[in-house]
Design a protein around this ligand. Structure first.
Ligand SMILES: C[S@@+](CC[C@H](N)C(=O)[O-])C[C@H]1O[C@@H](n2cnc3c(N)ncnc32)[C@H](O)[C@@H]1O
Length: 362
């Protein structure tokens, strides 16, 4: 098993492991997943110069979206996403609770599991603040759609915080059922509603929602233009759209596409997590601009989410994590084995944790 590839990647893996208290054996479990790591010295301090809020000038075209990750048909992708979340949502909830998304941390913060759960709530709060969603009781949001709702953590949070009526959609029947059961159990049966539906063909009339919320679902969407069109279509006049998603880095003006080794890393991540082609934050901004949406803002929060994946890896390596993974099934195990690739992608500056928000004109 000890191929020259895995030997070469060992020192980098050890460095990642030491820095984040991840057993290095985990990072060498699947050398075939990790060849891009060879010959690199790894330092997980994410670049600080990209953090913070910025109004992004759309400079890259959406062309990169067609170059990476198109290895499945749309139907295969939808089926794979549904099966992945059907299989893995129970184990995730068991260990991590309601929210299937990153946490938002102060840079260099040490965090325990309870801190990670608090950081997940903080991500929601930071996103609401960034988007300018008001806490003013006279302007509280009334109707929200949770696009790619998981087991409904964001919806239940908003239903409690604002008294809003929330509609959640997911591709996973198990998630929709679980989200509804939790809403009933938490006394939100008349506030939060969940169904299986495709974000690219939402089962809602135009102009319905004060808040259109997509928390880490955009990366699964094979047609970003259609995705953004649908978000804008269902938003009420004056409504806010929030997209928190994984992007690849913006291309520089002299680049036409990502580098081959970057494409190769994304290809492996796409394979494991049922993702289609990625796009950049600038691509999203450009799409929103093309729809004449207002107050478009974007920020790179990669630095703020850096502790998240190492923590997920550590939680997978507990006895409970390992036995649950084995019980969950192959798609979940494959996803777990690909987690170091996300760490690597962030560290390379290739993967960006982006927030993009805007408002539909009145
Ligand atoms: C990483 S989970 C995020 C869940 C949730 N937003 C949260 O933060 O807890 C991604 C979610 O996107 C959903 N999803 C992916 N593609 C979708 C699509 N085309 N239509 C609807 N939901 C989709 C998945 O079913 C899953 O619920």
């Amino acid at each position: 098993m000890a191929t020259s590839k895995s030997n070469l990647s060992w020192s980098a893996n050890s460095s990642i492991a030491a820095k984040h208290s991840i057993p290095s054996s985990f990072l060498s479990l699947s050398p075939s997943l990790l060849p891009v790591r060879r010959r690199r010295r790894v330092n997980l301090n994410l670049r600080r110069d990209t953090a913070g809020s910025l109004r992004v000038k759309a400079m890259a075209t959406a062309a990169t979206a067609t170059e990476v990750g198109e290895m499945r048909t749309r139907e295969e992708l939808k089926k794979g996403i549904a099966e992945l979340y059907d299989e893995s949502s129970g184990i995730w909830e068991d260990i991590w609770g309601d929210h299937m998304h990153h946490g938002f941390y102060d840079p260099s913060q040490e965090a325990s599991l309870s801190h990670h759960k608090a950081a997940q709530i903080r991500l929601i709060e930071e996103a609401l603040r960034f988007a300018g969603v008001s806490d003013d009781p006279s302007r509280l949001l009334k109707r929200m759609v949770d696009v790619g709702c998981g087991i409904g953590g964001s919806s239940r949070y908003m239903a409690k915080k604002y008294g809003a009526t929330c509609q959640g959609i997911t591709l996973s029947p198990i998630q929709a059922q679980r989200a509804q059961a939790l809403a009933v159990a938490e006394g939100l049966a008349d506030k939060a509603f969940f169904q299986v539906a495709d974000a690219l063909e939402q089962p809602f009339p135009d102009g319905q929602f004060d808040l259109v919320w997509s928390m880490e679902s955009g990366e699964h969407m094979p047609d970003k233009r259609k995705f953004v069109n649908e978000l804008a279509r269902v938003a009420a006049p004056g409504g806010t759209i929030v997209i928190v998603t994984w992007c690849h880095r913006d291309l520089s003006p002299s680049e036409e596409s990502l580098k081959p080794k970057e494409k190769e890393l994304l290809r492996k991540i796409c394979d494991a997590y049922y993702l289609p082609a990625w796009c950049s934050t600038a691509d999203y901004v450009k799409l929103l601009e093309s729809l004449s949406l207002q107050d478009i803002k974007a920020a790179d929060w990669s630095e703020h989410v850096a502790p998240f994946w190492p923590a997920v890896i550590r939680s997978a390596l507990t006895w409970k994590g390992i036995t649950s993974l084995i019980r969950a099934g192959w798609k979940t195990i494959k996803g777990a084995l690909a987690m170091p690739l996300m760490v690597e992608g962030y560290k390379m500056g290739l993967i960006k944790f982006a927030i993009i928000t805007c408002r539909k004109s009145e």
